[in-house]
Design a protein around this ligand. Sequence first.
Ligand code: GLY
Length: 360
Amino acid sequence: MINLNVQINASEKKYPIRINNNDIQELYNEVLDITGKNNLFAVISEKVFKLYGNFLNLPKERIFVLKDGEKEKNFKTYQKILTAALKVKLTRNDFIIAVGGGVCGDIAGFAAATYMRGIHLIQIPTTLLACVDSSVGGKTGIDTDFGKNLVGAFYQPDTVLINTNFIKTLDEKQMKTGLGEVVKYAFIENSCKCDEEFNLINFLSLNSEKILSRDNKTLEELIKICISLKKSVVEKDEKEGGLRKILNFGHTYAHAVEKLTKYKKYTHGEAVVKGIEFVFTLAQKMGIIVESYKFIAEDLIKKYNFKKIPDFDIKKIVAEMKLDKKATAESIVLILPTDCAVVKEYQMFDNEILKYFDQN
Ligand code: GLY
């Protein structure tokens, strides 16, 4: 049994992230250690509920089984969660437990942030993506017809409990989407200003087979590295005023791909990988990285056999990127590679980007 701990020091809360591979049924005791005699209300992903059952031993009125998929992250489901919590008279001392992937953590986290102006929250991420990204750093929210994550709050959990056994039962698609975010960390590592040095590019390159075969020890180490990098970033910039934007490496392009394909064709992680390839191509065309670094990036990405996404019409992509949350009225915000594992924010006009692709 391995127990790894990372402590996140956010402004309004310090909270631990515990990583282990205990028996899943042990999670019940781990939760009780934190919550004591207070009441619990769990929002559990349907897939996890079917696979692992009611491992928190809760009466059925205290369990909200969340159907899977991004489309569930909406106002209606959010309202249903709050109503179910009100029905069991959850109080401000009680806990919402989010058990699932990113969608589950986001919507349950937003419910916790707003229920009686905020109650306790424990995140139990069960996908690789949620472990390395969405369960850490306090972003919560729901989607609207106008776009993803447009309503939400920064709300830090009391604890994040990661059990790597959940990763074993992920389908290939979910595994790959998490790996897309993992690869992102490799290319931003030196800009995360973390005290520890991991050389994640190397780690991912040397351990691709172990990671793809989901070796427990390697996964634990990998998750710890990614969380340490994320911790370093969010502690310095909790509300995304500056540094935190580097976590969007590859994401501006990815969001455009996801929107153009109506969130149906590619997973988020697959789109992020395509976005990373795009920023490497752009950076090379701009002359801000050497070609050999682009080859290193391409080689690493190849090792993980991501689904190949065809090139999109750059004009359509740029038009979508202009609508991104992070874009300003005049320019598109892009995080570009500038050196090995180093990135920098660039604000670019649409025709400036198009020029590099001979399109204006
Ligand atoms: N997923 C990016 C962030 O948490 O800022």
